[in-house]
Design a protein around this ligand. Structure first.
Ligand code: ZN
Length: 417
């Protein structure tokens, strides 16, 4: 039925100010603004040696020292239970310092840039904890934030969660309109370098997936532009872009194709070679299911609050659109595999896979996710850091788009009949 509302999407989003007041009354998140002295333009750095996350009796104490006092805020998110620390004019390294986490109640820690000028630290908790006190002191030019959390009930924790003064913060999309599509004009392609910012993706031997994929996306863009296509990237730098935002950008741009680029690592097995993934409700294999889950989880752990996300498009409508789009996505994935095979590039023994990737969920835009290789494989890693290898891969991807386009145009003629 047209206009049907997703059952989870009926919650009314509250106005920003009301949410601030509501949250302040509950006292579960805190916002601190420090007056900046001279040199405010420099980014404050986290000083890991003087920072700790540890148990103090019943309480959990988080001490974070920065090289200068900066604005900060703290809030909590549920499902999974997380505490989020945001810092303005500060830079937190994406490679988390292992010494920092000294409490068993903190099961995971992620940090890094999340917005221009803002960095975030996210702690995942295995027990509900409520913020008791927090404050930043300044001594010898440094900013020292001490926050204490006390055990609480799961219900009280859930009641107090929310993304604070600017709930749409992580959702905001950079506007990069391409204007109205010309009839018969060039295809518009949105390239999506995986991960970024607070979510670095896989890391092996000093190779970071998010950095590598940004470089590769720029190389693929150059090849596609050479072939006459209009190309945009979901991110231009090492910034965090939520998965939902990446899909929304494809719509905003009026993209004809969406290609997500990754180089993940597998914990088990010795997989190597390129795999090309399409969306499916049921995963074709366990490894793909885990990859899809891990991407969603990284997004969640980065502190995205989707509790009031309005899923305005009814599932029924999505399914209708997907019926047309799905075969086109699959044809693109097949074209990529064929092109790589032709070029003699290393393909996985099972190169075509499917799983429930959130980033492939645009119902009306053919979308594929290319795992260029696995950073867990020394052979793939060697290949992917080699610009000559990447150039061949980029050329093959551009070739695949061209092959797909002519095939798709022929099929469109049949579809119209
Ligand atoms: Zn990835």
């Amino acid at each position: 039925m047209i206009g049907a509302k997703h059952p989870g999407g009926t919650r009314v989003r509250e106005a920003g100010l009301r949410q601030v007041v509501r949250s302040l009354v509950r006292g579960l998140w805190l916002l601190g603004m420090m007056l900046m002295g001279q040199g405010a333009l420099a980014q404050a750095q986290l000083e890991p040696a003087a920072s700790r996350i540890r148990d103090r009796g019943e309480a959990l104490e988080v001490t974070l020292q920065l090289s200068a006092p900066v604005p900060w805020r703290i809030f909590t998110l549920d499902a999974p239970m997380r505490v989020v620390f945001d810092f303005g004019q500060a830079s937190l390294p994406t490679a988390a310092d292992r010494r920092l986490r000294q409490s068993d109640r903190v099961t995971a820690l992620q940090m890094g840039p999340v917005q221009p000028g803002w960095s975030r630290l996210v702690l995942e908790l295995n027990v509900p904890m409520a913020l008791e006190s927090a404050g930043m002191t300044t001594a010898s030019g440094k900013g020292r934030l001490v926050a204490r959390f006390a055990p609480t009930s799961a219900a009280a924790f859930a009641r107090g969660t929310g993304a604070g003064p600017d709930p749409d913060w992580a959702r905001r999309r950079p506007s990069q309109s391409l204007g109205a599509p010309e009839k018969g004009g060039p295809l518009r392609i949105l390239l999506d370098p995986g991960h970024g910012g607070i979510d670095p993706g896989a890391e092996r031997d000093g190779v970071v997936e998010s950095h590598l994929m940004l470089i590769f996306a720029q190389e693929v863009r150059a090849e596609l532009v050479k072939a006459g296509y209009q190309v945009r990237l979901t991110r231009q730098d090492d910034s965090f872009v939520p998965l939902e935002t990446r899909v929304a950008m494809a719509h905003d741009l009026g993209a004809d194709l969406f290609i997500s680029l990754h180089a993940d690592a597998l914990a088990e097995g010795r997989a190597w070679g390129t795999t090309v993934h399409t969306l499916s409700r049921s995963a074709t294999d366990e490894a793909s299911r885990k990859l899809a889950e891990r991407h969603d989880r990284a997004d969640l752990l980065s502190g995205v609050d989707l509790s009031d996300s309005d899923d305005v498009v009814a599932d029924v409508l999505m399914d209708l659109a997907r019926m047309e789009t799905q075969p086109r996505s699959e044809a693109l994935a097949d074209a990529i595999v064929a092109q790589l095979r032709q070029a003699g590039l290393p393909l996985n023994t099972r190169p075509r896979r499917a799983a429930g990737y959130s980033v492939l969920k645009a119902p009306d835009i053919p979308s594929v996710l290319v795992e260029t290789g696995f950073l867990s494989s020394p052979r793939d890693r060697r290949n992917l850091v080699n610009p000559v290898f990447r150039a061949r891969l980029a050329q093959s991807l551009a070739g695949a788009v061209q092959a797909w386009q002519s095939q798709d145009a022929a099929l469109a003629g049949l579809r119209r009949r």
